[in-house]
Design a protein around this ligand. Structure first.
Ligand SMILES: [Zn+2]
Length: 296
């Protein structure tokens, strides 16, 4: 039966029942299943007749009218009626709340940038999207990955000018290798980013590690025709990147980007002037500060 609360929520296949306000002032809506398809086995499609048990799920959802609303869906687990069906039993699910989902589909899409958004996470970082929706970073990151995987091409368009630089991310992680008797890195704090500097594709890929192998590995995985179209590669003054480009893209012109040249000159000047911390700014004298500001 469709009522006003059901229409307001707009969760297809779910019917709103009692609505109460909890001690913290948050509305809690009791939901029931209003979709016949939900009682059909997802494996064989047969309509179930015998209930195995009742269960309650509390999926998180988008705010309604700017106000947080809690959902409480009491649903059934059914026995599959088909002898030999590997599923044996299943819980009811609808498109907005798939089995085992802790978020509604529309909340996941909103957090990850789907649902009609112009850009992934709608211009927000994953951290900000997680804060805005009150959900964890891994959940938003997974939603974002699912969204961009569906809309991005499997292979980027050929690039004329490629940019390569390292990106620091998170904390490193090691495990002790008993056989080797040494620590092994399981999560590198550095990634290598590949960018399209002359086209409009932006970041093409980010690969874990900061080694020659990390760079050659990603480049050799690209089609030969795409590699041949790279005319120039911009890097910092890292010999690791230089070595990788010489191996995989020997025809490309190697250039050092302006940012890193300016950065090195500024650090050299700071060092000469006795700056205490050349990477974070100058504190030694007004002359040095002025020179470094000009260098920036
Ligand atoms: Zn079945």
């Amino acid at each position: 039966m469709v009522n006003d609360t059901t229409r307001l929520l707009g969760l297809d296949g779910l019917v709103a029942g009692r609505l109460e306000v909890d001690v913290t002032g948050v509305p809690v809506v009791d939901l029931s299943t209003g979709c016949e398809q939900a009682r059909c086995c997802p494996q064989c499609g047969q309509r179930a007749l015998k209930v195995k048990q009742w269960t309650t799920t509390r999926p998180r959802d988008l705010p309604v009218g700017g106000r947080t609303v809690r959902l409480r869906w009491r649903k059934r687990r059914w026995y599959c009626p088909t002898p030999g069906c590997p599923r044996k039993s299943f819980t009811e699910q609808v498109a907005q709340v798939p089995a085992r989902a802790r978020l509604t589909t529309r909340l996941r899409q909103a957090a990850g940038g789907g649902g009609g958004g112009r850009s992934p996470t709608r211009g927000r970082t994953i951290v900000q999207a997680a804060r805005d929706h009150g959900i964890s970073w891994p959940v938003v990151a997974a939603a974002f990955t699912a969204h961009v995987s569906a809309v991005l091409p499997a292979e980027p368009e050929p690039v004329a000018v490629l940019g390569i630089d390292e990106v620091r991310r998170g904390k490193p992680h090691w495990i002790w290798d008993e056989q080797a008797g040494s620590w092994t890195t399981t999560a590198d704090r550095w990634h290598v980013g590949f960018c399209d500097l002359s086209g409009g594709q932006g970041l093409l890929a980010q690969v874990e590690g900061r080694s020659t192998a990390a760079v050659t590995g990603w480049l050799t995985a690209r089609p030969q025709a795409s590699r041949e179209q790279v005319k120039a590669v911009a890097i910092d003054m890292c010999t690791v990147f230089k070595s990788a480009i010489r191996q995989v893209l020997p025809h490309a012109v190697l250039v050092v980007d302006h940012f890193h040249i300016v950065q090195v000159r500024r650090e050299a000047l700071c060092f000469r002037e006795g700056c205490k911390d050349p990477t974070s700014g100058c504190r030694s004298s007004s002359v040095t500060t002025l020179r470094c500001t000009m260098e920036k």
